[in-house]
Design a protein around this ligand. Structure first.
Ligand code: EPU
Length: 310
């Protein structure tokens, strides 16, 4: 019996009768990432609700099992060896969505597209800046996702977090250490809910803005391909995509992966790409840009897991 099997069984026994969600073992993570890349997670838990999430976090902490929180898997490259530990998938739970006056409260597992459609229906403007940002609200807040128009945290009032001791707390926008594509959460904190205060706007106007942004996105980005969105953060005063184009690497292929021909800051999975192909392209692009322009590109995507199978 491997170590993985042993701890998976212990965890399953510990959760017997207490956990109402689903637990899968050796779950291929390429089924759960936008890139469609990534080896298996030793185990994957889908908590049914907050109590379930607390139960599974406490059990993992008790047994010293590493935890990876997964929202929509849209801004993530999981390596080919997968994740040695427990993946907690929040995309099926935390789906509450409500509006009271100008405030929208939203569970972390809600898709950003659903939040945006809800805000338009409610005639509340301000979230259009996240048009086209894939994945869940929890994941988007975690990485402060956005577009040239703004980010998911621009109108954020507060987020509710839980940690592996089961403690819940609310942090206001000012307490979050918000920066470009970054939010400084306390270590181990999991986003479970967020509240945004918006402004009144005509639903037709909000929908027009969203449509315009979607058209722009389709024209400039490989939206129909499997990718993880922009690979690098934009360096101050410039654009990563422009720099990769300048050094002539758009269209470069490695295995099943390619630097997008449409946008230099995207790597696309043409089919069957391995994480190591993507990493090779990322390193090549960053290396070439730094050598030829002096700009050190910083990763925007989260790279997780082990390079080699267990
Ligand atoms: N450009 C090039 N070549 C390219 C790509 C872009 O010259 O291959 C130039 C464009 O012509 C433009 C400039 O670079 O002058 C900026 O390009 P674009 O408008 O496509 O925006 P971006 O800065 O590359 C940012 C966000 C995107 C977001 C878009 C649209 C970052 C890292 N990227 O891209 O967000 O969708 O604006 O609002 O901030 C993401 O974060 O995952 C992401 C995709």
């Amino acid at each position: 019996m491997t170590d993985t099997t042993a701890w998976s069984l212990r965890l399953t026994e510990r959760l017997q009768g207490k956990f109402r969600g689903q637990i899968l073992s050796r779950e291929p993570l390429n089924r759960h990432t936008y890139f469609r890349i990534g080896g298996p997670g030793d185990a994957m838990a889908f908590p049914a609700d907050l109590e379930d999430l607390k139960t599974v976090l406490a059990a993992a902490r008790h047994d010293g099992i590493p935890v990876l929180i997964l929202g929509g898997g849209s801004n993530m490259l999981v390596l080919d060896g997968g994740f040695r530990g427990l993946v907690i998938n929040l995309s099926r739970s935390f789906q509450e969505l409500s509006a009271a006056e100008e405030q929208i409260r939203c569970g972390a597992g809600v898709r950003t597209s659903r939040l945006l459609a809800f805000s338009a229906r409610a005639g509340l403007a301000g979230l259009e800046a996240v048009t086209g940002v894939p994945g869940t609200v929890g994941g988007a807040i975690h990485g402060n996702a956005g577009t040239h128009m703004g980010t998911i945290t621009d109108h954020l009032d507060w987020v509710r977090l839980v940690d592996d001791s089961g403690d819940e707390r609310c942090l206001s926008r000012r307490e979050l250490g918000i920066a470009y594509r970054h939010v400084a959460f306390p270590p181990g904190a999991v986003v479970i809910e967020a509240a945004h205060t918006l402004r009144r706007g005509a639903a037709s106007e909000i929908r027009r803005t969203i449509s315009g942004l979607l058209v722009r996105r389709h024209l400039t980005q490989p939206v129909e391909a499997r990718s993880a969105g922009c690979i690098f953060k934009n360096p101050s005063g410039d654009f990563a995509g422009r720099l990769v184009e300048q050094v002539g690497l758009k269209g470069l292929r490695r295995g099943g992966a390619q630097i997008s021909e449409r946008h230099g800051n995207f790597v696309v999975n043409l089919g069957g790409a391995a994480a190591q192909d993507v990493l090779w392209l990322i390193e090549r692009a960053a290396g070439e840009v730094e050598a030829r322009t002096g700009v050190a590109l910083e990763l925007e995507i989260q790279v997780v897991g082990s390079p080699c199978p267990a």
